[in-house]
Design a protein around this ligand. Structure first.
Ligand code: GTP
Ligand code: MG
Length: 955
């Protein structure tokens, strides 16, 4: 029976229908064969038979893919026979959810015309109800042929890639659609043959360059972590069965699929992701590789430098990154992630180049890639994910917001509030973070509780936060009576209902500094310029580098630990003009008044020593002797000086010193000089160890009393440094700095990069005593805690009026700061200061003076006859003492926080380079932290990675 087709024309001619249909053919017999649709007999279709794994692997030594434990859904294990046979296993490696399951019918084919040898055919792949069977055919042989050695990784990758392009029903395509992954890796065997290790990820590689790698075999640990156990063992000379011993010493099947590669050592691994990630859902590499290993070659460990895909988080080592990411038309994305939206948590890293990439590419390429990464369309923010004042933005609103002169920095999806009048901008429920261009027509109207303020003080209808209130108070704004302020973009403010501005928030010089310290925004310098309008997409490379967040370092420590000295050193190190004229005036006044204080301590001591001497004398001579004649001791001074001394002590005790100063300095300068040079005072100074209130640097100033007390005295940098108690506005000080690139030709690029890191060192005097202030420093990156090593034998009265060892007081402060909730995520850097003093002291005064150090019993050779060896011994002892104290603090920190404390090398606050080294160390801490996030290192990695003291002391 045949069918006759009636064409439309014929039908139309017949005037009947407008469609074609088949009718039975009644014409004369034909002399040719008509194509027929033959009913399929399922039974006759060749189906791969099940081969039992022991048969395949042991008797024939055929390669077998062992089951991989897929995380969910169906688990299919592909057991591939070299011939045409296919093994069906109830478990499956690959999730074939999207592949229609037909009993004996589903054919997946993967072909490539890249090379005559690179055709991979998976014919007759059948999915039975209970599993999956694949028979491989290579070329025309009808079998997967690995013996010819042509199965090069790049060909394989090409094949997979091309098959995709050709649109054939390829395995790779199906794999990618279902999101399943597998890895294929070659490994060398002892006998020189190679194996392709494949377990759970198949990737296409567009670059496909060859590369020599050493092909590690996965260990049982790898196996466990990857949850896979697949192996293909080959009888051919090119491919050998691969076995390895597990930890019990038993021989076990290798967890790898092994293919032979005669020419190339190239490892090929990759992923296929066709589906763009649904908005808001992070795309993840389903391949689970061993922690720290490269997602492509599966080699390396957590310390291997890697580049991360900004979409799926896959990490690639330096050898693989360019292959895995190709030419990076959308920045650092796996080739298969191109077109997919980025992982939003990585948005802040867009355009921030890693050192790895800088090493691999030239500067121009890096710039280009970073620029496209930041600006290409696929990586832009989805506008609907930005909600301003409760309303999701439209595309136009987002463009307006991003192209305004002062856009919100580092905008990520989230809910924000925006005060259109003042330009204040912040995250919903939080204090303002920035002042953006005002009057932008974006989002809804601002809510009263936008920033969750609880102060009953309002700015433009928003109840402000406590920090803002504090800032207003410091700026001199009267905030009594729950006022409602109207604040304009220029900072002028008035109470609601009034006409004239009451003042300007930014009017006071110190307000911006206070804002910086309280992490509140200040108007940007460019707020008046309009040249950036509409520049979205045109931001140039250096701009966003410039915009990198400043890293805050908070410098704290117990009184006298040397924080002011370190802060001043930083100013001298990093500022062309370290101190403003105001500051210089303050410093001068401080030094001059200190001079009288030092003298006061000496005079008081002199009196005490004189009395002691006299009473001893009287005791010796007896009551009836001519005591009046012996009334003079080495501590006695001339009557004129005595009169001055009495007056000075009286004034100091009454606390009126400030009233007579600075006039006193001019008037009494000659007397001060005379006193200092008086033998009685010199004798008193000899006993300075008994004068607790006399700082070591007193001599430095008193020796130059005449000069210092002159009206035209200008403190030198050294004077400024040695001066104690020099504080800056509000007891707070901050300095912005970055490390200039150093002359290091080998790592020029790295230094350039480092010099772009910007820091802010914040010094807050008395911070420890006022823990409330600590809350203001929540965005501090590293707390630099300073301890004076010389404190271990010093005592002072603590808050409970108990004479306590200063080291113990330092420890208490440390405990209270590290456990403060504000710093529960913050890195701490311990600076052990005054090492010079410590070196001198430790030989004479045992460290065990401090009860916390009672178990310090170092063994230092004492049989050193000459003085040089003694000096060496002292220095060794000081080093040991330093390490011991550092470990004490590390253990304490670890027990309190469970984290790792960084310890800077020994610091001598008065030595500029030593302070520079400590600050560089803080920079390293920040960099490690950055890299830790970029490369996915764990925190603990850093205790090993870090050099110096941190690595030396394991907890
Ligand atoms: N020998 C020596 N003296 C130092 C060192 N660092 C600081 N000093 C001196 O120690 C004294 C106290 O130092 P400051 O920097 O004022 O200490 P501080 O932590 O600011 O103390 P407060 O202002 O009281 O909180 C000053 O006289 C400094 O000159 C050091 O490394 N070695
Ligand atoms: Mg100080």
């Amino acid at each position: 029976m045949g069918l006759e087709a009636v064409t439309d024309d014929e039908a139309e001619a017949a005037g009947v229908v407008e469609y074609s249909f088949a009718v039975e053919y009644n014409g004369p017999p034909l002399d040719y064969e008509i194509p027929r649709a033959v009913p399929i007999n399922v039974e006759t279709i060749p189906v791969a038979a099940v081969v039992s794994p022991p048969f395949v692997s042991e008797k024939l030594s055929l390669p077998v893919v062992q089951p991989i434990l897929a995380p969910e859904s169906k688990k299919i294990s592909l057991d591939v026979n070299l011939g045409t046979e296919v093994t069906v296993s109830p478990t499956s490696v690959i999730d074939f959810e999207d592949v229609e399951q037909q009993k004996g019918g589903n054919v997946l084919e993967l072909e490539s015309d890249a090379s005559p040898n690179s055709v991979i055919g998976y014919e007759g792949m059948s999915l039975g109800g209970d599993g999956c069977a694949v028979s491989g055919e290579f070329g025309s042989s009808g079998a997967l042929d690995f013996s010819a050695g042509f199965f090069e990784s790049n060909e394989l990758s090409d094949a997979i890639a091309n098959s995709k392009e050709l649109g054939s029903s390829s395995v790779s395509h199906e794999l990618s659609r279902t999101g399943s992954l597998g890895t294929i890796q070659y490994s060398d065997n002892v006998d020189g043959s190679r194996e392709l290790c494949g377990s759970s990820s198949v990737e296409r590689d567009s670059s496909c360059c060859k590369e020599n790698t050493d092909f590690n075999v996965l260990s049982p640990v790898d196996l466990a972590s990857r949850g896979s156990s697949a192996s293909l063992d080959y009888p051919s000379s090119m491919v050998s069965p691969h076995r390895e011993n597990d930890c019990n010493g038993e021989s076990r099947r290798s967890p790898v699929v092994t293919f032979c590669d005669a020419e190339s050592d190239d490892a090929f691994t990759g992923e296929l992701h066709d589906d763009p990630t649904p908005a808001g859902k992070k795309k993840v590499p389903e391949q689970k590789v061993r922690k720290g290993a490269c997602y492509r070659c599966l080699k390396g460990n957590r310390f291997t430098e890697k580049e991360i895909c900004i979409v799926c988080d896959a990490k690639y080592c330096g050898n693989c990154v360019l292959r895995a990411m190709g030419s990076m038309p959308e920045g650092r994305k796996c080739v298969t992630c191109i077109g997919s939206p980025i992982d939003e948590s990585k948005r802040k890293n867009l355009g921030r180049c890693s050192r790895l990439l800088k090493r691999l590419l030239n500067e121009l390429e890096v710039r280009h890639i970073m620029k496209t990464e930041k600006l290409c369309e696929a990586n832009q923010l989805p506008p609907e994910h930005i909600c301003v004042n409760g309303k999701p933005l439209s595309h136009d609103e987002l463009v307006l917001l991003q192209s305004c002169p002062d856009p919100p920095k580092k905008l990520v999806p989230g809910r924000y509030w925006y005060d259109k009048v003042s330009g204040l901008w912040g995250k919903e429920g939080q204090k303002p973070s920035r002042i953006v261009t005002p009057h932008l027509n974006v989002g809804g109207p601002i809510q009263m509780n936008a920033s969750n303020g609880t102060t009953q003080v309002f700015i433009n209808g928003r109840e402000i936060t406590k920090v803002e209130l504090r800032m207003l108070q410091l700026a001199g704004v009267q905030c009594v009576g729950n006022p409602h302020f109207w604040v304009n973009e220029d900072g002028s403010y008035l109470e609601e209902g009034q006409k004239n501005p009451k003042g300007y928030i930014w009017g006071k010089a110190g307000t911006k500094l206070v804002c910086a310290l309280l992490s509140l925004p200040v108007p940007s310098k460019s707020s008046s310029s309009t040249d950036q309008v509409g520049n979205v997409g045109n931001t140039s490379f250096p701009d966003y580098i410039e915009q990198r967040i400043i890293q805050k370092l908070l410098l704290v420590g117990y009184t006298g630990s040397g924080t002011s000295t370190i802060f001043k050193q930083a100013k001298i190190l990093f500022k062309a003009v370290p101190f403003s004229s105001d500051e210089c005036e303050n410093i001068k006044a401080e030094i001059q008044s200190n001079m009288f204080r030092y003298l006061g301590v000496l005079l008081e001591g002199r009196e005490r020593f004189e009395d002691e001497c006299l009473s001893r004398l009287r005791e010796r001579v007896g009551a009836d002797s001519s005591a009046e004649n012996d009334d003079k001791t080495i501590y006695s001074i001339a009557p004129r000086l005595k009169t001055f001394s009495d007056w000075l002590l009286k004034t100091m005790v009454s606390g009126c010193m400030d009233a007579i100063f600075p006039a006193a300095s001019r008037e009494y300068a000659p007397l001060v000089e005379e006193l200092w040079n008086d033998p009685a005072i010199q004798a008193t100074f000899e006993r300075r160890s008994e004068l607790e209130a006399l700082p070591v640097n007193a001599k430095y100033f008193l020796e130059r009393a005449g000069d210092i007390l002159r009206t035209d005295y200008e403190p030198s940098y050294e004077d400024t440094l040695y001066a104690e108690g020099v504080t800056f506005s509000n007891g707070l000080g901050c300095i912005d700095f970055s490390f200039p690139p150093e002359h290091n030709y080998d790592h020029h690029a790295v230094d350039q990069h480092d010099s772009l890191l910007r820091f802010q060192l914040i010094h807050a005097k008395g911070l420890g005593e006022n823990r409330k202030w600590l809350e203001m420093f929540e965005d501090v990156r590293v707390v630099v805690f300073c301890v004076s090593l010389g404190d271990y034998d010093q005592y002072s009265v603590d808050g409970n009026n108990v004479l306590t060892n200063k080291m113990i007081q330092s420890k208490r402060l440390f405990e209270s700061i590290v456990t403060h909730p504000t710093f529960d995520q913050t890195d701490f850097l311990l600076v052990l200061n005054k090492f010079d003093l410590f070196e001198k002291k430790i030989a004479d005064i045992p460290l065990t003076q401090c009860e916390w150090f009672s178990d310090f019993h170092p063994i230092v050779s004492k049989n050193q006859p000459n003085s040089r060896s003694n000096k060496n011994n002292e220095s060794t002892l000081a080093q040991l003492g330093f390490y011991y104290i550092a470990v004490k603090f590390k253990r304490l920190f670890s027990s309190l926080t469970g984290r790792n404390l960084y310890v800077a090398p020994p610091v001598k606050g008065l030595d500029r380079n030593s302070v520079k080294d400590a600050l560089k160390y803080a920079r390293e801490v920040v960099k490690w932290d950055e890299e830790k996030h970029s490369f996915g290192f764990e925190l603990n990695d850093y205790s090993m990675y870090s050099a110096d003291a941190t690595s030396t002391f394991s907890n």
